[in-house]
Design a protein around this ligand. Structure first.
Ligand SMILES: Cc1ncc(COP(=O)(O)O)c(C=O)c1O
Length: 410
């Protein structure tokens, strides 16, 4: 049990986020989260005081190089990369496209690629394209009744031709944490690599790629209280099998740069790095300390503890209505994050979402780019689901405000 005695109270946590001082209730955090002032200030400082190009000899340039290097180091601590790499890019979609292009060049013909139907298109489309290169794409189907992809079904699809398994750690629509270590063990048993999309997991729990033994793991920093960029972790032996797309004269083993054509966004690196300050604050770590692994884990344990009662509250309300069906697990618990989707018996998701939006509560409707999942679940692809997504800075009062509006709308 984590001791939160040194951690600040909820009001003090919220006060770190300038955007939360306004009237809007942000319940669309699976789309993108707000940033603490330390992150915004670091970006402003970088742009106004040290905005020069990296790699030159003058001190300001060296300072910028150090910031970008430190952002990579922070990302490695954040995912617990060990000897692995943290590749920075403009988005998870962009990084996964780079990864699939690299595999396209490296894979021998006629390999099998297994895709979880629960996935966001960012971790499906880039792999589906490899079919045109003579690889076989096999779908790991979702059970429409449970909304899960079963391990037994995966094992039946794996063979010695299987090169890759791509799946979401958490579906951005269903909100359930998948047993990633079990998937990795099954894939590794046939020599396949695992590409996990952690975008919908990362805002809620500490990432631990070493504990999971996963080969590739991607998440978007703009959904995790940071600037608009993304991180792709690569295990050392998986990285060594590929050649990144950066210029020919950059050595193949100059990783992560070989996988960062054009380099990472410099001011965003400054912002990402500053997130460490917020994590220390949340964890109750001394301000003068470094943001180490222990801090990351304690900060996320605090986030999960703050989020849990909100999940229970909203699920209790939705489950209590006979005209609503939760899409995803109807129960809370340790394997559930605060991304909750539902459909109504007669009202469209759009109608509901529009009405809620008018009350200055930001939510969303649609297929959320989990197009294949919505199709498999028999949902209207234009209308999809209503999705309410919250994180640790949201409050019970905000959920109650949403419930009051839903009571009227539904
Ligand atoms: C689960 C999931 N994967 C991938 C993505 C794509 O992330 P990005 O916008 O960084 O490309 C999203 C974006 O919403 C997502 O929710």
């Amino acid at each position: 049990m984590t001791d939160f005695a040194a951690s600040p109270d909820h009001a003090t946590i919220r006060a770190q986020f300038p955007a939360l001082a306004g009237d809007v209730v942000f319940l669309e955090n699976a789309g993108g989260s707000q940033v603490p002032a330390v992150v915004a200030d670091a970006i402003h400082r970088y742009l106004t005081r040290t905005y020069v190009q990296l790699g030159a000899g003058y001190p300001l340039s060296q300072q910028c190089t150090a910031t970008v290097d430190a952002a990579h180091a922070f990302a490695r601590t954040f995912v617990n990369a060990g000897d692995g790499q943290a590749i920075l890019g403009s988005s998870s979609t962009a990084l996964l496209n780079i990864l699939s292009d690299s595999y396209a060049a490296a894979l021998e013909p006629d390999r099998r690629i297994v895709l979880a139907e629960t996935g966001h298109e960012a971790n499906l489309g880039p792999w589906k394209r490899l079919e045109s290169r003579g690889h076989e794409i096999v779908w790991w189907r979702v059970d429409p009744a449970t909304g899960t992809c079963s391990l037994a079904d995966l094992e039946a699809l794996l063979d010695d031709r299987t090169a890759l398994v791509a799946l979401p750690h958490v579906s951005n629509l269903l909100g359930e944490i998948v047993d990633l270590p079990a998937v990795v063990a099954a894939a590794h048993a046939v020599g396949a690599r695992v590409v996990a999309d952690g975008v919908a997991y990362a805002p809620h729990r500490a990432i631990d790629v070493q504990a999971w033994d996963v080969d590739w793991y991607v998440y978007s920093t703009y959904k995790v209280y940071g600037p608009h960029m993304a991180v792709l972790y690569g295990k050392p032996d998986a990285v060594a099998e590929l050649t990144g797309p950066n210029h020919f004269f950059i050595p193949d083993d100059e990783v992560p740069y070989k996988f960062e054509p054009g380099g990472a966004n410099h001011e965003s690196c400054a912002g990402l790095l500053a997130l460490g300050e917020y994590l220390k604050f949340l964890a109750g770590s001394p301000a003068e300390s470094a943001c180490d692994r222990d801090t990351v884990e304690r900060a996320f344990a605090r986030m999960a503890a703050l989020e849990e009662p909100l999940i229970e509250r909203l699920l209790e309300y939705l489950n209590g209505r006979s005209d609503v069906r939760v899409v995803g697990p109807a129960a809370g618990g340790p394997d559930r994050v605060g991304t909750i989707s539902f459909v109504h018996r007669s009202k469209s998701s759009r109608e509901i979402s529009d009405a809620v939006d008018r009350s200055e509560i930001a939510i969303r409707y649609g297929h959320m780019y989990a197009w294949h999942l919505c199709k498999a679940l028999g949902l209207d692809l234009d209308d999809g689901v209503v999705r309410v997504s919250f994180v640790h800075y949201n409050t019970a009062a905000e959920i109650d405000r949403l419930i009051a509006v839903l009571d009227e709308v539904l």
